[in-house]
Design a protein around this ligand. Structure first.
Ligand code: ADP
Ligand code: XUL
Length: 549
């Protein structure tokens, strides 16, 4: 049997999923199982970095940074823990990973020399401190680069041109605008930087002890990659910062074997020196594989720190409204995605405000009527990505902070209505939805998802879909490296299977009501963002319709 390790360096945690497969028989679903899964919460396990939900404190609500040293230390800690828990790391044939998307790491020269000289009896974090030209990393929650996005619009001909070129219009959290901001604010540190990595390619570089490539899944989240030929878009690079091409890693297929594991990790954690390090990808592209979306017609919703809705896309199609993204899929195709920043943390804020735990939060939802009597909350605690809201602030229509249990329902109904509304460009009216991420364990949330979207919702037994997807990618890359050409259907079979017994069915009469609720939600968004009419009359009409039904 062969063992593959998938890691997921996400906003709040570092997770591992280990799979065991019979090496010669990728077509047989029988000889395969998840051997192990483990998570390490960053705030709790590495409190010395002072992060809150994985983010460094900032007085500016638009700035969100984390620490690359924290991610590196977490890697060392998690590998040590896997070994302590009894996993024989010498049996691991290949490792791949998943990283929170868009975040960037700025490395000084001599990275490779430093990695080659590490002392395996000392912790990694003690030895790599001098390697960063920017001590903190902007992450996907940062929205402080509006000015840089505007500049890119001006240099590259406008949002539609950037969308056509890179698969997304310029977004504040995307790596290109973030690099431009760094160059403008600290040109000297920028010029001292030898390589700029994504979180994914940084973690792969640590493991391999050499600069790893960026894959087209994560590369598409930079506003720097030509989405059609999956190469650096030179015009976008030139508009971003001088000399950028030399500072970026190569772009390479998601199944690229970067090299053998660095001697430091082999000696310190007991890996075989032959263990292969496979290119890492973004967490959403990895989740696509981890929920088995390797062909068209199905969508998944991930309820993690961010909420995302994504689907496999055989042919490239961009969102004309510029709200959605097209990324590379780790299969070599494309994926569509929309992302919401006010996901789990917004739900937690409402739950905490009500002084409840999750079961109490669920009881609060169940004590209120579906549709909430037309009361709508726009839960923009933090600046929002979809729709674009740079100045945060929760908005209320027909309720306020004293509304008690109705607040719990309001946050969920708004989140699900926003997903249904803003995913229309994808052109998929799903009969079923695969649900993943931390909050997919909550069946009350899944019921609202099913009713709003009018679809059956399937959770997964392995909720860590990004880490599982990474482990499956490691296996796939190892087979490719041996000259085989496994089909993705064969790779995911038996692993990335929805829990059919745990399906949550849509209640058709409620779906009818939610179709009208989505219109009401849209009217509230229009009022809040685009100067649309006050939605009071629409709320009254909604209430009257619900009463009649
Ligand atoms: P990420 O990988 O983005 O760091 P996860 O997918 O692990 O995040 O999800 C973490 C989130 O899951 C937590 O912030 C928490 O709010 C949410 N969560 C966990 N259990 C529940 C539950 N029973 N109900 C609702 N949300 C939950
Ligand atoms: C996707 C995005 C988030 C992060 C979270 O575009 O910004 O989903 O990948 O880790």
């Amino acid at each position: 049997m062969a063992i593959y390790l998938g890691l997921d360096s996400s906003t709040q945690s570092l997770s591992a999923v280990v799979i065991e497969v019979s090496p010669a028989s990728e077509k047989e679903a029988a000889n395969r199982r998840v051997l192990f899964d483990l998570s390490l919460q960053l705030d709790a396990e590495l409190p010395q970095y002072g992060t809150r939900n994985g983010v460094l404190p900032s007085s500016d609500s638009q700035v969100a940074h984390s620490s690359p040293m924290l991610w590196a230390e977490a890697l060392d800690l998690l590998l040590g823990r896997l070994r302590k828990e009894g996993l024989d790391l010498s049996q691991v044939r290949a490792i791949a990973g998943s990283g929170q998307q868009h975040g960037s790491v700025y490395l000084a020269p001599k990275f490779q020399e430093t990695m080659a000289r590490l002392n395996s009896s000392l912790p990694l974090a003690e030895q790599i401190g001098g390697l960063f030209t920017r001590p903190t990393s902007p992450i996907w929650m940062d929205s402080s680069t509006h000015e840089e996005c505007e500049e890119l619009n001006r240099s590259l001909g406008g949002p539609a041109e950037i969308l056509e070129l890179t698969g997304s219009r310029a977004f504040e959290r995307f790596t290109g605008p973030q690099i431009r901001k760094f160059y403008r604010e600290d040109p000297q540190a920028y010029s001292r930087t030898e390589k700029i990595h994504l979180v994914s390619s940084f973690m792969a570089s640590l493991l391999a002890g050499r600069h790893a490539p960026v894959d087209p899944g994560d590369g598409a989240g930079m506003n720097l990659m030509d989405i059609r030929n999956k190469e650096w878009a030179l015009l976008a690079l030139a508009a971003t910062a001088p000399g950028l091409k030399a500072k970026l890693p190569a772009i390479a297929a998601s199944w690229t074997v970067v090299g053998r594991i660095a001697p430091y990790f082999a000696a310190r954690h007991g890996f075989s020196p032959e263990a292969k390090v496979v290119a890492w990808s973004g967490d959403n592209p990895c989740s696509l594989v981890g929920v088995g979306l390797v062909k068209a017609g199905q969508i998944a919703i991930s309820l993690g720190t961010s909420d995302t809705l994504f689907g496999f896309m055989p042919e490239l199609r961009v969102d004309p409204a510029g709200e959605g993204h097209v990324f590379g899929a780790p299969t070599g195709h494309y994926m569509s995605l929309i992302c919401f920043k006010n996901g789990s943390l917004a739900r937690e804020k409402v739950r905490d405000r009500l002084g409840l735990d999750w079961p109490g939060f669920n009881r609060a939802i169940e004590s209120t009527p579906p549709g909430n009597d037309g009361r709508v909350m726009l839960p923009w605690f933090d600046p929002e990505i979809t729709p674009a809201v740079l100045a945060p602030g929760v908005k209320f229509y027909g309720l306020d902070w004293s509304a008690g249990p109705a607040l719990a329902r309001a946050v969920l109904e708004a989140q699900m209505a926003a997903m249904a509304l803003h995913s229309r460009w994808m052109g998929v009216a799903p009969r079923s939805i695969y649900a993943t991420g931390g909050a997919s364990a909550n069946r009350v949330i899944l019921q609202i998802m099913a009713d709003v979207h009018g679809a059956e919702v399937y959770p997964f037994k392995v909720g860590k879909s990004a880490a599982l997807g990474a482990a499956l990618r490691a296996w796939h890359a190892d087979l490719k490296d041996q000259g085989r050409d496994p089909s993705w259907e064969d790779i995911v079979r038996g692993f990335a299977e929805p829990d059919r017994g745990g399906a949550v069915r849509c209640q058709p009469q409620l779906h009818e009501m939610y179709r009208r609720f989505i219109e009401l939600y849209q009217a509230c968004e229009d009022h809040a963002l685009r100067g649309g009419p006050e939605p009071g009359p629409k709320q009254a009409a909604f209430r009257a319709q619900v009463r009649r039904a």
